[in-house]
Design a protein around this ligand. Structure first.
Ligand code: FAD
Length: 341
């Protein structure tokens, strides 16, 4: 990480740290990062052939023959850095997987990663996500696989008109999709009180009711979660928000507490590659030499970044992976040619 910060400083991009340890350019402009990288590419003596696509890469005498939309190119070595399939309109549309497969690589089946989830709740009136569209709150998500709590993730959840988004939902998406790919039984629950168990919250609620018996349910709940969430949950549970806590029966209290720690999210799917920030799956890592990023099945071919079977959670890990692997490949190629990385 320190080397990444230093590299960007050297090419004219100073970064600062924001909440959650995320690094941003001081200008807060993505364009400045791109411009600096392009400047550095020119300084290093590389020629960019933009405006054309690589259609195929085939082994040829003394290297590779590339077929592009503008003709053909001969290359001594090739670095495949085509990304995955996420945001296909950016050009990362999975072509790289097809090329790698033709060159002998195994592709671990891809799925979107870091993608908003679609929720479908038939027959329950206005579903919670639609009632709360635009509201963001800190929650804990539990991903249940084959009946067991497989993963718990905490963070900000954004309710949307089609389901849920925000860092915690995006981070959960890859777990949901990978389990679905394996044919497992998956469900998702929301805990509006991250870290709290049913018993913790039931005790807290009972104590609060004893201290403030005349407080009405809506106000009591709105003191703990956003008021809109309190109102929507009370409506979903068919409770009377104007009822004083002293008159909330044991069954209703337990139903409410259960909903607060394990609200079931009926996830029907995701918004797909057009909304995904990363692709999970890709070229199998066992087929790559990690000290050079050179293919073990096709000499002279290097693979870096998202085309490989690696995906990270939100927080800059995907960029870091792309930069680190590209640096390793660049250093290996530089050594071979007598250049320095
Ligand atoms: C909206 C969005 C937000 C993101 N935010 C973050 C973030 O905050 N932090 C983070 O760490 N990661 C983030 N990511 C993920 C990160 O951008 C990627 O993981 C990273 O850019 C992957 O780098 P890459 O070079 O491997 O592939 P890419 O960045 O996908 O680049 C691949 C390039 O190859 C080109 N290409 C593909 N096929 C061909 C072909 N056949 N011929 C010619 N060119 C081709 C594509 O056009 C593209 O320019 C985000 C992604 C998206 C979509």
């Amino acid at each position: 990480m320190d080397e990444t910060i230093e590299f960007f400083r050297e090419i004219g991009v100073r970064v600062h740290e924001e909440a959650g340890g995320k690094l941003f350019p001081d200008s807060n402009r993505a364009r400045d990062v791109l411009d600096a990288l392009l400047r550095e590419t020119g300084r290093a003596g590389a020629t960019l052939l933009s405006g054309q696509r690589v259609l195929d890469v085939a082994p040829a005498r003394d290297g590779f023959a590339l077929t592009t939309t503008a003709g053909g190119i001969h290359a001594k070595a090739v670095v495949l850095a085509t990304g995955g399939q996420s945001l296909p309109k950016s050009g990362s549309d999975g072509t790289g997987f097809a090329i790698a497969r033709r060159l002998g690589h195994t592709i671990v089946p891809p799925t979107p990663g870091l993608v908003p989830l679609v929720v479908e709740e038939p027959g329950r009136g206005t579903p919670l996500h639609r009632a709360l569209a635009g509201v963001s709150q800190d929650v804990e998500l539990t991903i249940w696989i084959d009946g067991s709590a497989a993963t718990r993730l905490a963070g900000a959840l954004l309710w949307t008109h089609v389901g849920v988004s925000g860092p915690v939902a995006m981070n959960a998406s890859r777990h949901w999709l990978r389990a679905e790919l394996e044919g497992r039984t998956i469900s998702l629950t929301v805990n509006f009180f991250p870290g709290a168990s049913f018993d913790d919250l039931d005790r807290r609620w009972t104590a609060f009711s004893a201290e403030r018996p005349l407080t009405i349910l809506q106000n009591a709940l709105a003191a703990m979660v956003p008021a809109s969430v309190a109102a929507a949950l009370i409506a979903q549970l068919n409770l009377d928000g104007t009822r004083q806590l002293a008159h909330l029966g044991r069954d209703d209290r337990r139903r409410l507490v259960h909903a607060l720690v394990a609200w079931p999210l009926a996830v029907a799917g995701t918004r797909g590659y057009n909304y995904a920030e990363v692709t999970a799956g890709g070229v199998a890592l066992g087929e790559i030499d990690p000290s050079t990023m050179e293919s073990r099945v096709c000499a002279g071919l290097y693979l870096v970044g998202e085309i490989l079977d690696v995906d990270g959670r939100i927080g800059g890990f995907n960029f870091q992976w792309a930069w680190c692997t590209a640096r390793v490949a660049g250093a290996a190629l530089g050594k071979g040619s007598g250049l320095t990385a």
